[in-house]
Each structure stands twice: as C-alpha cells, then as structure tokens.
Write a protein that binds this ligand. Structure first.
Ligand SMILES: [Fe+2]
Ligand SMILES: [Fe+2]
Length: 300
C-alpha cells in the first residue's frame, strides 16, 4: 500500500461502500432525533412526540429504559415519561443503540464473531461513559457522546463481516495465525484499508455528527485527529483499551492488547492507577447491560 496515497484509498473506499446496495440505513427517527437534539430549544415533549411516530422504536427505547441497567423502581410506560426520567442525552444514546442493532442484526453470518463484536462495542460504550463520569479532566466530556463513540468505534468490522465475506474469511484466518497483531493491521494486509476508514465512510453516509465520525476514524491513532479540540477519539481509544483489558485480554495466551497511546490518560485527565478501578466498575455496570446485548442479538 506504500504506493497508494491516502486520498486514493479514501476515494476507493467511498466507491466500494457506495457500491454496496443493501448497506443498512439508519431509521428516519434517528436522524430526526439528532437534529432536534442540536436545537437548544428542544424539549422532552418534542423528543417524545417524534419517538411516538415510530412505535417499533418507542417499544425498544422503553425496553432499554426499563432494563436492569437503569434500575428504575417502577415501569415506565410511555416514551415521554422515559425522556423525562432518563434525560434527553440518554434517550439519544438509546435511540442510536436501537438503530444500530436494528441495522446490523438479523444476518446469520458468523454468529460467534457478531456476539463478540457487540459485547466489545457495548463494553467500550459503557466504559467511555464511565470514564467521562469518573475522571476530572481539563476538558469535560459529553458522556453520552462517549457512549455513542464506544458503540460505533468498530462498526466498520460489521461492514467487512456482512458485505465483504471473502476478505472477512482471510482476515479471520490471519487472526488465528497472528493472534498478537491488531485487527486493523490484519485488515490492511488483506484489504489495503481497515475498519476505521470503512466505519468513517459509513458514518458520513449516516450523517453522524462530525466528532463521532472523527472518533471512528482515529480511535487507534487519536493524536492524528484533525480537530484538536475534539477529545472524543482519546476517550474512546481509552475505553477500547479498558474494554479489551477487562473482557478479552488473555495474558497467558499473549493475545493482543493495544497499548494506550502516549498522552491518552493525561488527555482525559487520569493516570494508570485509575484503570484497575475503572475495570472493576465496568464489570459491575456491564452485568446490568444484558438487555442491550439481547437487542444486539436481534431480539426485540
Ligand atoms: Fe478498532
Ligand atoms: Fe475496539
């Protein structure tokens, strides 16, 4: 790939992704919610009204609101009530989660990989929210943007699994041969590009906010983020590390654990002593997140 310029790779990718006809599109309600949330005058009532137009989405949002994760004492029965109880920003995360699960579920390809993918993505999402709430940083992080970034950071891998089945098999084989290499390197070897670039192109198509697209693109290289004031790639980079360390890392088998990039902890305002504590808390939080996982598996 040394002879190919980055611009050519990006142009190729847009062409390849553009050529996948049945690539999932997000539900209209997700875009409406994003738009309304950018309006400072938006109220819980407005969001509730939009959600009510989509009964399937409303049902999913209610199911997640009533899940063990929020630990509410009484059952929430309407989306308007849900918006008031968990807050506008959390509703945005729930709508995004339900939308992404919907868009990428229901395919029978490589169940084991899908199961692992969603576990990791949810762990990174909960991890990013946890870090954003726990650490005192010189900049404050939007915890719900962190959740979205964690959930979507590796979404390009789902595009490879579902829409590029042959390279996906080659990548899987390489992973068996080289368990201590990062996935993005294996993908680069097979495809000439990797899940960070594919995910960013998907994010553009889905009209996700720019800071989220940058996060998907730079979660393995946060220092290269073009918008210097966007700290989200650092947050999600750290959450990715925390999620892998907590749930996947096998020291004896020497599996791959991406080291935290220099400056990541300083950037988000923590130090390495925070990591074991956060890891323990992530385990606890994650044990209450089974409803999210059920939905990711394609349950309604
Ligand atoms: Fe990744
Ligand atoms: Fe990841």
């Amino acid at each position: 790939m040394t002879t190919t310029t980055t611009a050519t790779v990006e142009a190729d990718l847009i062409r390849i992704i553009g050529g996948i006809d049945n690539l999932p599109t997000p539900p209209i309600v997700m875009q409406q919610i994003q738009k309304v949330l950018n309006d400072p005058a938006a109220s819980a009532y407005d969001i509730g009204s939009i959600l009510q137009e989509d009964p399937a989405m409303s049902a999913r949002v209610l199911k997640l609101t009533n899940s063990a994760y929020y630990g509410l004492v009484r059952t929430i029965e309407s989306v308007r009530q849900a918006v008031v109880i968990v807050g506008l920003d959390s509703i945005r995360s729930l709508v995004l989660s339900a939308s992404v699960f919907e868009a990428f579920s229901g395919k029978d390809l490589d169940r084991e990989l899908q199961e692992h993918f969603w576990r990791h993505s949810l762990a990174a999402a909960f991890g990013a929210r946890l870090i954003a709430h726990s650490l005192t940083s010189r900049q404050t992080f939007d915890a719900e943007a962190g959740f979205s970034g964690g959930l979507l950071h590796d979404i390009g891998k789902m595009v490879i699994t579902f829409y590029m089945p042959e390279p996906a098999q080659d990548i899987k084989q390489l992973k068996i041969d080289f368990p201590n290499l990062p996935d993005h390197e294996l993908e680069d070897r097979v495809l000439g590009y990797n899940h960070t670039q594919i995910g960013a192109v998907l994010g553009e198509r889905w009209k996700l906010p720019a800071n989220l697209i940058e996060t998907i693109r730079y979660h393995h290289a946060p220092r290269l983020t073009p918008t210097k004031e966007n700290g989200l790639p650092y947050l999600v980079h750290t959450a990715n590390h925390l999620a892998t360390f907590t749930f996947d890392y096998d020291a004896e088998a020497d599996t791959y654990l991406e080291p935290l990039h220099e400056g990541a902890l300083e950037f988000i305002g923590g130090n390495e002593h925070d990591l074991p504590v956060l890891s323990q808390r992530l385990r606890e939080e994650y044990s209450r997140a089974e409803t999210f996982m059920e939905m990711a598996r394609g349950g309604h």
